[in-house]
Design a protein around this ligand. Structure first.
Ligand SMILES: [Zn+2]
Length: 123
């Protein structure tokens, strides 16, 4: 029974995975919007800080750097989430992008956005 080793995802499972990914994408978009407005505020605050001492300026720079990193990470996760959703809609969920093998179920359960099997990740 090869299907035991490599069980196909049921329509129900795929639908609940899809719901989870859609929700995650919505949350990520909301988070990005908040980060965008937060860094916009930080920019105007740091302009004012130029008039104050250098320690404050340095702190603001550190905050801005953190925001930028967070925006980048969040944007990357959002992109990956949308990518997986697109693949799911094409019927390719759980198929490795590298070698077209099936990605282990337990890997996808732990990391639903995975698009590479463990062999390709390690390569
Ligand atoms: Zn692979």
């Amino acid at each position: 029974m090869t299907t035991e080793l490599d069980p196909a995802w049921t329509a129900e499972e795929l639908s609940s995975i899809r719901d989870g990914l859609v929700l995650a994408a919505e949350l990520l978009r909301a988070e990005l919007a908040i980060l965008d407005s937060a860094s916009a505020q930080a920019v105007s605050a740091s302009t004012l800080e130029v008039l104050h001492d250098e320690i404050d300026i340095a702190e603001h720079r550190a905050e801005l750097m953190q925001d930028a990193v967070q925006v980048e990470n969040t944007a990357a996760i959002l992109e990956q989430t949308e990518h997986v959703l697109a693949r799911l809609d094409l019927g390719l969920y759980g198929t490795c992008e590298g070698c077209s093998a099936s990605i282990a179920r337990e890997r996808l359960e732990a990391f639903p956005r995975a698009t590479l099997c463990m062999t390709c990740v390690a390569a």
